[in-house]
Design a protein around this ligand. Sequence first.
Ligand code: CP3
Length: 352
Amino acid sequence: MIPELACVSPDMNGRERFLRAIELKPVDRTPVWVMRQAGRYLPEYRAMKAVYGFRGMVTQPDVASGVTMQPILRFPSLDAAILFSDILVIPEAMGMEYSFREQGGIEMAWKYAVENDLKRLNPVGINERLGYVLQAAQKVKRRLGGERALLGFGGSPWTLATYMVEGGSSRDFATIREMANRAPAVLEGLLERLTEATVSYFRALVGAGVDAIQIFDSWGSACPEGRYEEWSLRWIREIIAGVGQAVPVILFSKGMSAHRDAWKTTGASAFSLDASVPLREWAEADAERTYAVQGNLDPEWLNGDPAVVVEETRKVLGSGGLLPGHIFNLGHGILPEARIECMEAMLETVVG
Ligand code: CP3
């Protein structure tokens, strides 16, 4: 027997498969989960949202844990559950509420504009105010029974700051980019405070039982040219150091895979790639790779023909056998238009 395969347990469960892959250890198959796997494409999600509304789902631990479990119950081959919540619970718990715009997108209750606004953002006691998330995590942890991994998540300070400075979803990020240029200390004050709050929140999530944490740096590519390190990575590195070795951290910094060397300095255990990158080539280009790679099927394929999904999923997996340290996922969150048959076709192809 090949010695390496001897240590692959025949009854490896999803949690073990996921955690082993993050450490680049041998696995029986590529583990898989999907960003936004509990979402509008699921009829059972839409039914819950019709009763409780988005905020009601997030803030009631019984409902949040039930929604987290929906994709797990429907698609048993998923190896990980991601806690149903939002990155915007942090600004909210610090004193800036969020809501949804009628035409789509996020609206924040006020805008962070001057240093004095820091007085309105309180990181102290944040975990008490986010007790509902921690309770939901504990409930999901019990329901998963160690069979599947549980992921917690949060936004990068820069990505959260885009919402807080722009006053919600933005197209051009003009306000925050101008703040970065004209009043860097004002922006730094906000990023520092968000970093502090996030470290404390992530530690509490670890205490509640999450097996890994994903940081969403969804708008990393909106940093002013040449300032990605200064405005985004620096704070992510501080957060990962704050989590320590407690659990592995996955970094999703959309559109920024060209910054591999900079990514490697953050201490993240895995990088989640968007669909623009050829995943296997990207992974194999680093001969000394010690981090896992996650991704990266284009979510749009799931809106179309299941036969095409099978083909495209095979392309992501590659023809060279199991890629060590690969966690299959989409390149970004699943879309509301995704078809259940396509999700099934993708999962069947990964599971083999
Ligand atoms: O992955 C999961 O299943 C966990 C749940 C999750 C949600 N939001 C639930 C949600 C996660 C990981 C997030 C992260 C998040 N939230 C990000 C980063 C991820 C990314 O896609 O890059 C961002 C930027 C947000 C902020 C946010 N929340 C936006 C931009 C929106 C969409 C607003 C709109 O126009 O619909 C939300 C709402 C939201 N958060 C939904 C879900 C399932 C959709 C709510 C609905 O209409 O049902």
